[in-house]
Design a protein around this ligand. Structure first.
Ligand code: HEC
Length: 202
């Protein structure tokens, strides 16, 4: 955690100068305000749990598994092609109800970005925040495409959304990037030397 504990805007030099020439009420008011700020900052350090009105229920993994992933799956499953022995089938929402489900999913993805930024979930103040912000942005654009019943837009934004997910996983949870791929944990006979995941330490 990286808190900034310095009350902004009260540099010691200014403080001295101001204290000399100021008298009366506003100075007291300023002092009260400054101490108020200090107290707020301190209470942020010591009793942060009680000071926050919100109460996260899911940890990051649970938020992913129970909110983000199901919503993203709904969005990704809304528009696309299914290829089987009978040929190619184009799927897309065909009723108001189905479009509403796509909108709901986009809302959940977008707002999840905000949930990821909360103090108990954020893993740092920089990259994590930027990537959470990207999730909000792509989720919001995904929502607009759904509202416009823009099938191509939903398809394209699904791809962009996937990119945002993978980006963050690559940075913060690389071990889950290919959960079904056991090549990273099991030795694999590799005949060629064309590079790729088969290579590396045995
Ligand atoms: C801001 C970073 C971030 C973004 C954006 C993000 N994830 Fe994650 N995700 C994580 C982290 C970190 C974990 C590992 C959590 C843990 O195991 O403690 C994770 C774990 C997961 C898991 C659980 C894997 C497992 O088996 O435990 C799934 C599923 C998942 N994310 C799906 C998604 C999807 C889908 C998206 C995009 C719509 C997404 N995530 C966007 C950070 C992110």
């Amino acid at each position: 955690m990286n808190h900034d504990h310095s009350p902004r805007g009260s540099r010691p030099a200014e403080h001295g100068a101001r204290a000399e020439r100021s008298v009366g009420g506003w100075q007291t008011a300023e002092r009260v305000a400054r101490w108020g700020l200090v107290l707020v900052v301190l209470s942020g350090c010591t009793t942060s749990e009680e000071a926050r009105p919100y109460h996260p229920v899911a940890d990051v993994q649970e938020l992913m598994l129970h909110v983000v992933e199901p919503a993203a799956q709904t969005y990704w499953g809304a528009v696309g092609w299914i290829v089987d022995f009978d040929g190619e089938l184009y799927i897309h929402p065909t009723s108001d109800e189905e479009w509403l489900a796509v909108e709901n999913a986009a809302f959940m993805v977008a707002e999840s970005g905000n949930l990821l930024m909360m103090a108990d979930r954020a893993l740092d103040d920089e990259g994590w925040m930027a990537m959470s912000r990207s999730l909000i942005d792509v989720g919001e654009r995904a929502l607009r495409a759904a509202e416009a019943m823009d099938e191509q837009g939903v398809f394209d934004l699904g791809a962009e959304m996937y990119f945002v997910c993978s980006n963050c996983h690559a940075a913060y949870s690389p071990e889950i990037l290919r959960p079904n791929d056991d090549r990273s944990t099991e030795a694999e006979p590799v005949a060629s030397s064309s590079g790729g995941p088969g290579e590396g330490p045995r």
